[in-house]
Design a protein around this ligand. Sequence first.
Ligand code: MG
Length: 227
Amino acid sequence: MAPNEKINAKAVLFDYDDTIMDVSDARNYARHVIAKELSLITDLSQEHILRIIKDVETWMESIGQFDRRVWFKEVAKALGIEIGIDEVNRLVRAYWDSWRLKSRLFPDVIPTLNELRRCGLKLGIVTNTDGEPGLKRDRIRSDGVGYLFDVIVVAGDDTKHVKPHPEPFTRALQILNMRGGDEVIYIGDRISTDVPGGAKAAGMYAGIIDRYYNIIDTGVHGHGDLS
Ligand SMILES: [Mg+2]
């Protein structure tokens, strides 16, 4: 987009975690809870288990695998321990309970969404699945923000492909009955999943927001808030 180019947008779509919801504490806390649980059944230190969890998390996210059952089976394998399916399920419940406990809405979200709504824009979420059908949508509902959006697409639950595939973005356009192009803007926090292959391929304008003031992977330095 050229500088000073005007966008005649009719809708703004958002990613969820790390864009709408501050989940930095949630992610850390959930990891620690699992590391502590696993440390009770092995001689390994929590620090070592934590490192393995982070490694598996990075690997799983890079291949679009969000099912924590798969994550924790891989963690157990890497630690050289055996855990049964009941234990895996218990860990998954503990993980998401911990995540929900610590995740919170970024304080600028409601004022920004209200302002966009006041300008006549439609609002939506395009987010990836939590790896279990219905879980992410339930999380959005119980976080108390679902009602703020005209469209919510959970990629991997509502579509075959997850982001960065364009399918979930295209699905949102279909529901909104919009064509993309200058009509729709997508805001996410990860260049790798949110921008080139996904939103832009679906014909949307796309922007990156850096909530934690990190230098994002390709060196683009975003803004810290939505306003
Ligand atoms: Mg995100």
